[in-house]
Design a protein around this ligand. Structure first.
Ligand code: RB5
Length: 148
């Protein structure tokens, strides 16, 4: 099983994605970069879909997804039932999304989060484990949400 990390963003976070790709690689992990690869305006749901697919197909274990704010990207990717994506703005959120929610995708905003905080968030996301215990039942419910 791969430990590669997929990265994807729209045009709103190209620079931050490149910085985080370097950071992931510097940590000795394979980075699977799914674009966007140019400055043109693109649609964040397309990149959320590409990142979800890379996880579903086993090409990446986890993902880092970005758009300008992270909001659209997080809405889009959480529509896939096997995804638990967390939009975070600080290292506490990045730690807790692993400990409590077993998040498999970290979402950041290229226009809202600076590179140093973003790198700290990635480190927490990659280093911190799921706490289990009372959180197992809750995370299992996320995978089988009842119809309303
Ligand atoms: C693109 O301009 C912008 O809307 C997008 O990056 C993101 O912030 C949406 O939530």
């Amino acid at each position: 099983m791969t430990d590669a990390i997929a990265l994807a963003s729209d045009h709103g976070a190209i620079d931050l994605r490149a910085q985080l790709r370097e950071h992931v690689t510097a940590r000795g992990l394979e980075a699977v970069d799914l674009g966007t690869h140019g400055p043109d305006s693109v649609d964040y749901p397309d990149f959320a879909a590409a990142l979800a697919k890379s996880i579903q197909e086993g090409r990446a274990a986890r993902g880092i997804l970005l758009c300008g704010t992270g909001i659209g990207a997080s809405i889009a990717i959480n529509r896939y039932p096997f995804i638990r994506a967390a939009l975070v703005h600080d290292v506490t959120g990045a730690r807790l999304c692993r400990e409590h929610n077993d998040a498999n995708v970290l979402v950041l905003g290229g226009r809202t989060t600076g590179p140093e905080v973003a790198r700290q968030c990635v480190d927490a996301f990659l280093d911190v484990g799921f706490e289990g215990g009372r959180h197992v039942r809750r995370v299992e419910k996320l995978g089988a949400m009842p119809a309303v």
